[in-house]
Design a protein around this ligand. Structure first.
Ligand SMILES: [Zn+2]
Length: 358
């Protein structure tokens, strides 16, 4: 094996480490709590690497990686990687994931399908969990079912991924001419389709990129419900970009009429924090909460509810009643509706269409 050298460099998300040899980049390490820990993590996989100054040939690679982490629009597709020792399936996954541009996201399942191996979502998750080249192989743009397939299991990992995504998308959103990209169009469509006056002035605020990322996680949860034959609704509780709890709808399986996605996510987050009050937390849910969940959300002191599709049958955020607009009940929770409402609604429609066919 050619000798491997590494160094530490600054970036917008903290100090990273990079190792290289004559063939290219061997490994990147995203920031740990200190330089010592970052280097220790890198050296665990490369015990023979020595610390040294980057040669001129590596300077621009390091600069570009740091720029990407700061939000520059650069896919880094031309940076050479040393793939020796990387298993063939992993290579295919990394190669495909490198084609996902900054600001875009995809799920593990979609990557598997694009590789012609639907059903290999778990293997994709595993390959990306072992990705030694983040962010050159941008595994942060591949989102997983919350806590289920490994990619989002570590809290710090989630925060780092979302910071990277937020940096990328915030920057891309501010570049004129790029509003035609699919995710921007979706966002403007859903904003335009918001229910008139149902949830008050908060609807007027634009959704941030983090809102979309979190709603994607909630959608992954909804798919878990779908797979279990339950009405596909999913929820995620988040504070400062950290996912504290996830849940999906499962009243049939649990023999529990209260087993809605929101209740499950609130229970998980409360257990995680050791507190029945979720002050400062946001709850993302794919469907407008019902009266029961609206009550739980208020008792939990959730700061903000973001929902996807409206529920004209039982929605308690304005569709049937608006329990959040009742000043005698609630002083805490803001409500925003319509984030990715089409995707959230489509999942429900296809579920009910399928059920009617049976
Ligand atoms: Zn509910």
């Amino acid at each position: 094996m050619p000798p491997t050298t590494f160094c530490v460099f600054d970036s917008a998300i903290g100090r990273c480490a990079i190792a290289w040899n004559a063939k290219g980049i061997v490994r990147l390490q995203l920031p740990e709590a200190s330089d010592a820990l970052t280097c220790a993590r890198l050296l665990r996989q490369l015990p023979d690497a020595t610390q040294g100054d980057a040669p001129t040939s590596m300077h621009s690679a390091i600069e570009r990686i740091a720029a990407l982490l700061g939000g520059e629009h650069d896919d880094l597709a031309d940076l050479a990687l040393d793939l020796e020792g990387v298993p063939p399936f992993h290579r295919r996954v990394y190669e495909f994931v490198r084609s996902i541009g900054p600001g875009h996201t995809i799920t593990y399942g979609e990557v598997a399908a694009r590789l012609g191996e639907p059903g290999a979502a778990r293997a994709v998750g595993q390959a990306l969990g072992e990705n030694p080249f983040a962010p050159v192989v941008p595994c942060h743009r591949v989102l997983a079912a919350g806590g289920r397939s490994g990619g989002f299991s570590a809290a710090g990992g989630v925060t780092t991924k979302l910071r990277m995504l937020e940096n990328e998308r915030a920057r891309i959103g501010s570049v004129p001419g790029l509003f035609d990209e699919p995710h921007s169009q979706d966002a403007s469509r859903t904003r335009a389709a918001l229910p008139n006056g149902s949830t008050g002035a908060d609807d007027e605020k634009a959704f941030g990129p983090i809102d979309e990322s979190m709603m994607r996680l909630a959608l992954e949860q909804a798919r878990c419900a779908q797979q279990a034959g339950e009405v596909p609704v999913g929820a995620v509780v988040v504070r400062d970009g950290e996912v504290l709890g996830v849940g999906f709808n499962r009243p049939i399986d649990a023999h529990d009429p209260s087993a809605h996605a929101e209740i499950a996510a609130i229970r998980a987050a409360s257990a995680r924090l050791g507190n029945y009050r979720l002050v400062g937390c946001d709850l993302y849910v794919t469907l407008e909460p019902c009266a029961m969940c609206a009550g739980a959300i208020q008792h939990a002191r959730i700061a903000r509810v973001v929902y996807g599709a409206r529920d004209p049958k039982t929605g308690a955020c304005g569709s049937v009643v608006n329990l959040f607009a009742e000043p005698r009940l609630n002083h805490h929770t803001r409500v925003q509706g319509g984030v990715m409402s089409e995707a959230c609604g489509a999942l429900l429609s296809s579920f009910f269409a399928e059920r009617r066919r049976r």
